[in-house]
Design a protein around this ligand. Structure first.
Ligand code: FES
Ligand code: FES
Length: 158
């Protein structure tokens, strides 16, 4: 059996002291060791984007990162987007523009879009489409997602 390493994951500003094997993925640690199940697991090998979280300001696929690599970094997940009862503009836009159906892909799309727009609020429409095409949705046909992210981009620039 592999020895475990003690690490602290800081998720949405809260510290979680956990012990993990070096090979434990960040998404497994977030969900199973820290109890934050809003981040979803789809393909588990970097294709679908369902597991996207923001680490030190950058969207990452948390199935492709080891938990030990995220120690001492600021991790943001979908649970941290809303402020109390007020949804983040991206969450509100997904509701308003039918950006979700089953919702499985939604946390990943939200974190991807928020992360990209925070880093580059004036991203061109072509680049935005390129970014969104990196995550997979089997339900919506993408049009609602694209509309939602465009609407949220306008709100987030205000
Ligand atoms: S579960 Fe990580 S990219 Fe699919
Ligand atoms: S809403 Fe079902 S996979 Fe995207």
């Amino acid at each position: 059996m592999t020895d475990k390493t003690n690490i602290t994951l800081t998720i949405n500003g809260h510290d979680h002291a956990i012990a993990v094997e070096p090979r434990r993925t960040l998404v497994d640690a977030i969900r199973e060791d820290c109890g934050q199940t809003g981040t979803h697991i789809g393909c588990e090998h970097g294709i679908c984007g369902a597991c996207t979280v923001i680490v030190d300001g950058e969207p990452v696929r948390s199935c492709l990162m080891f938990a030990v690599q995220a120690a001492h970094k600021q991790i943001r997940t979908v649970e941290g987007l809303a402020s109390g009862d007020t949804l983040h503009p991206m969450q509100q836009a997904f509701m308003d523009h039918h950006g979700l159906q089953c919702g499985f892909c939604t946390p990943g799309f939200l974190m991807l879009a928020v992360g990209v727009l925070e880093r580059n609020p004036d991203i061109s429409d072509d680049d935005l489409l390129d970014v969104l095409s990196s995550n997979l949705c089997r339900c919506t046909g993408y049009q609602g997602i694209i509309k939602a992210v465009r609407a949220a981009a306008i709100e987030m620039r205000k």
